[in-house]
Design a protein around this ligand. Structure first.
Ligand code: C5P
Length: 337
């Protein structure tokens, strides 16, 4: 696997600036500055926050080369023009993503996932995020349906992989391999690896979801570079959850994903819960209490200073009546990352 150039080539200045920012966005992001100008620190644990995205916060991990991903309940759509909160979403996404990444690791897909730490956090390898969103589509829906005037739900004649350049200011434009190569966002070898992995992830996930009565319509992946000295290899990063997938119930056609939020359909958390339940991550109890905050609220107690959706989630000191299925035993060999 070829090592990409660490610096982008000679490009017109505005684009050069964008590329430079995007390539280092997660690997060495600018430390968020508080009002006093000092690096933001988590008030509870005094750990360093290194990035806050729309649905996740990244903290410095306990060892060099590790990051803690904290899953928020915040939801955004249409390039953050629509904002909201889906209570309990972060807990579910953490668990669903852990499940999917663990299984992908077992079939030989290298991922950044190390282990889940608690209900909202997981430990991952620090990577240099490749500024490309990789969308895999099996069925026409969302932007492709709109772009080409195809009726939603139409099976595509073959799986389609699309690439979008990660840039909020530009609205994440659709790009081709040519743009990616010309602007140096990823090398051709890296793009081959990414396309191969995306197809393998699709094959695996389509089967996994079909097995529990869910059609995998489309999903988004992100990849990152893991450096070993000057050498880099591409591994799967970010998360895989109903936030970044379209998941339709095979019988009813019900949407079990973020389109419930995007399209004001309601029942978001129930849909995410249903996905988790079918994957065997929740028991049958539909009134699952997902979180210590929710647990306290359900018992009529006020939420303490550690509560609140944006705050750090501590491992519960008392055992709430959560209905999560116990963690599976660790894989014989850790995901090869
Ligand atoms: O909106 P569009 O149809 O292009 O989305 C395709 C897939 O990619 C959907 O599953 C959507 O959830 C996901 N996606 C995402 N993040 C984005 C854009 C799309 O997770 N920024």
């Amino acid at each position: 696997m070829a090592t990409p150039p660490r610096a982008a080539g000679v490009l017109p200045c505005p684009l050069q600036a964008r590329i430079g920012h995007a390539q280092t966005m997660f690997s060495a992001p600018p430390t968020p500055q508080g009002p006093s100008g000092v690096a933001q620190e988590d008030r509870m644990t005094r750990r360093r926050q290194i990035y806050e995205g729309k649905a996740k916060i990244l903290y410095e991990g306990p060892e060099p080369g590790t990051i803690i991903q904290y899953f928020k309940d915040d939801a955004t759509a249409f390039n953050a023009q629509k904002k909201g909160t889906i209570s309990g979403k972060g807990v579910l996404n953490n668990r669903i993503s852990e499940h999917v990444f663990t299984l992908l690791g077992l079939i030989g897909i290298p991922t950044h996932f190390i282990r889940r730490l608690n209900m909202r956090e997981q430990l991952v390898r620090q990577v240099e995020i490749i500024p490309i969103e990789v969308v895999v589509r099996n069925v026409a829906a969302g932007s492709i349906a709109k772009r080409f005037g195809i009726e939603e739900g139409t099976m595509l004649p073959r799986t389609i992989i699309e690439y979008y350049y990660k840039d909020d200011a530009l609205g994440d434009p659709l790009v081709t391999d040519e743009h990616i190569a010309a602007f140096g966002w990823a090398s051709q070898d890296e793009m081959h690896d990414i396309a191969d992995m995306a197809i393998r992830v699709n094959d695996f996930m389509a089967g996994m979801f079909a097995g529990v009565g869910i059609r995998l319509v489309d999903f988004k992946l992100e990849f990152g570079r893991l450096y070993d000295g000057d050498f880099a290899r591409v591994i799967l990063a970010d998360e895989i959850s109903p936030d970044g997938c379209r998941l339709w119930d095979m019988k009813s056609g019900d949407k079990l994903d973020k389109d419930r939020f995007r399209r004001d359909l309601g029942g978001e958390v129930e849909a995410y819960q249903e996905v988790a339940r079918r994957l065997g991550l929740l028991t049958e109890d539909e009134s699952a209490v997902l979180d210590l905050d929710e647990h306290r609220k359900a018992r009529g107690q006020t939420v303490g200073p550690a509560g609140g959706k944006g705050g750090p989630t501590m491992v519960p000191t008392e055992a709430p009546p959560v209905t999560m299925v116990p963690d599976p035993p660790p894989p014989a060999t850790p995901p090869s990352t």
